[in-house]
Design a protein around this ligand. Structure first.
Ligand code: AMP
Ligand code: MG
Length: 470
């Protein structure tokens, strides 16, 4: 069958980097949702049934591919050896108006890299990935995107028996730090060189290796600052879950801060808190070091060290910039970073809802905040410092509130919201998913019918636990 025109470039790399695979269709696949990427990708001419059949591996399009890629990585700080796409299959690359985009289906069955896994994905984790990818897009944070969600009727064993699903993901490239680590640690220098030059030419404008690495370090540092700025905790920052493009990738047990706890660990399986919210900036750098080591045959050691060395400064600068924006500050003053981090500490101490607090600071009237939290001494003290700082600013307060509302979202993907959508999708409905996607594509706007979800999480919906199992 004819569809879009594919231009599959990754599969021209040395064979060590991928295997051809056969997808395992999920049973009685039903298309629950498709995003606008369908048009971007030139898939508009396929009917819903054709698209479903293709994504589920039942129909082939001319020019497509079915490959799973081989990577390796460090998991929880330890070398984990070979990994790879254990349940994701790449269907091909398409050059679009938005650049080169690869379509990958997650939950498409066993691959040579499935290890102990079953190659499947369940509705729960697929809906979470679906919502969060698009929510990140709405928050203007670099991320893999989604094209479609299919649900099936296979029984899949997790902590409980759940039903199967497939998420079709879209991204410029699936290349992870782990692809470089695989070539390097298994001493496949030729493949490594080919991968480096392919990545450089295809995705980094043909710049030098050093410039590319500088760009990867910069993007990663900025990504970490952006995560911190919205209270996002990824949860499984293994080096195989780090995108060379600087995208947020592999949504698993992620969580956004609700009651602020700077040591929040969204991943129930992470007992040591290696990937806690507050650890992310330093883990980002640790992972970059794992990546840069793989370039030691291409770039002098001192150069690699100096490239890695720019990370803390870039992170700090971006984090301070985001902090200033969130507080509505236009002037750059020495103590701004301190003012911002002091607020985070107060929010932590008083367990204030992260998103609600920043949004309230963006309002002419903080009454709802004081009504909700009552008289909190530490917060009042901080407000006094903040007001002193604001006195240095020019411009109207109204203008400041408008600016602040463009960077402090009103709506964030809370676990209980995801849970409500999951229940709905499991019953075969797409209403809530549709509604919430609309909200998350514009989280800075008012959506009055969802007002109550912008309030701090009701106590019966707190402390939702998410494990690695997906
Ligand atoms: P993650 O930490 O979820 O990104 O996954 C780590 C590794 O395990 C990757 O190689 C995944 O492809 C693989 N994996 C995760 N879940 C499954 C599964 N259910 N079946 C096969 N492979 C899986
Ligand atoms: Mg992964």
């Amino acid at each position: 069958m004819n569809g879009p025109e594919f231009d599959n470039t990754f599969a021209k790399l040395p064979r060590i980097l991928y295997e051809e695979v056969k997808p395992t269709p999920i049973k009685n696949a039903r298309l629950v949702h498709v995003t606008k990427l369908r048009e971007t990708l030139g898939l508009g001419s396929l009917s819903d049934d054709e698209l479903t059949g293709w994504l589920n591996g039942e129909i082939q399009l001319s020019g497509e591919q079915r490959i799973a890629t081989r990577y390796a990585g460090h998991q929880f700080g330890v070398w984990a050896g070979q990994l790879g796409d254990g349940r994701a299959i790449s269907l091909g690359e398409i050059v679009t108006n938005a650049g080169r985009l690869e379509i990958q289906t997650k939950g498409s069955g066993l691959t040579p890299f499935s290890r102990m896994g079953d190659g499947k994905a369940v509705i729960r984790s697929s809906v979470r990935e679906y919502l969060c990818s698009e929510a990140m897009e709405g928050l203007k944070i670099p991320t893999t995107r989604v094209l479609a969600l299919l649900i099936g009727e296979d029984k899949v064993q997790r902590e409980e028996i759940e039903r199967s699903a497939v998420v079709a993901r879209v991204m410029p490239s699936n290349i992870r730090f782990g692809h470089f680590e695989m070539c390097f640690h298994f001493e496949k220098q030729e493949a490594l060189d080919a991968l480096i030059d392919y990545t450089r030419k295809t995705f980094f404008n043909d710049v030098s290796v050093e410039e590319m690495l500088t760009e990867v370090v910069t993007r990663t540092a900025k990504l970490m600052a952006m995560w911190m700025g919205v209270g996002f905790n990824h949860g499984v920052m293994n080096s195989d879950n780090m995108s060379i493009m600087g995208l947020t990738i592999d949504y698993g047990p992620f969580g956004f801060l609700e009651d602020t706890d700077l040591n929040y660990i969204c991943n129930h399986s992470d007992q040591q808190g290696r990937y806690a919210y507050s650890q992310q900036p330093s883990i980002g750098m640790w992972n970059l070091e794992r990546l840069l080591i793989c370039f030691m045959n291409r770039v002098p050691k001192e150069k690699l060290e100096s490239i890695l060395g720019i990370y803390p400064e870039i992170f700090e600068k971006e984090f301070t910039r985001i902090g200033r924006e969130k507080l509505g500050l236009k002037l750059e003053q020495e103590g701004d970073n301190l003012l911002f981090t002091r607020l985070l500490q107060v929010m932590d101490k008083l367990s204030l809802d992260f998103t609600f607090t920043f949004r309230q600071l963006s309002n002419e009237n903080m009454k709802p905040f004081w009504d909700y939290y009552g008289n909190r001494e530490e917060m009042k003290e901080w407000i006094t410092q903040y007001e002193a700082r604001l006195a240095l600013e020019s411009g109207s307060t109204q203008e400041r509130y408008t600016r602040m509302k463009q960077v402090n979202p009103k709506y964030i993907l809370k676990n209980y919201i995801a849970q409500e959508v999951i229940v709905d999708v499991e019953q075969g409905n797409s209403g809530r998913l549709n509604d919430w996607l609309k909200v998350f594509y514009s989280p800075f706007e008012e959506h009055t019918e969802f007002e109550k979800y912008a309030m701090p999480t009701p106590s019966e919906h707190k402390h939702y636990e998410v494990s690695c199992s997906s």
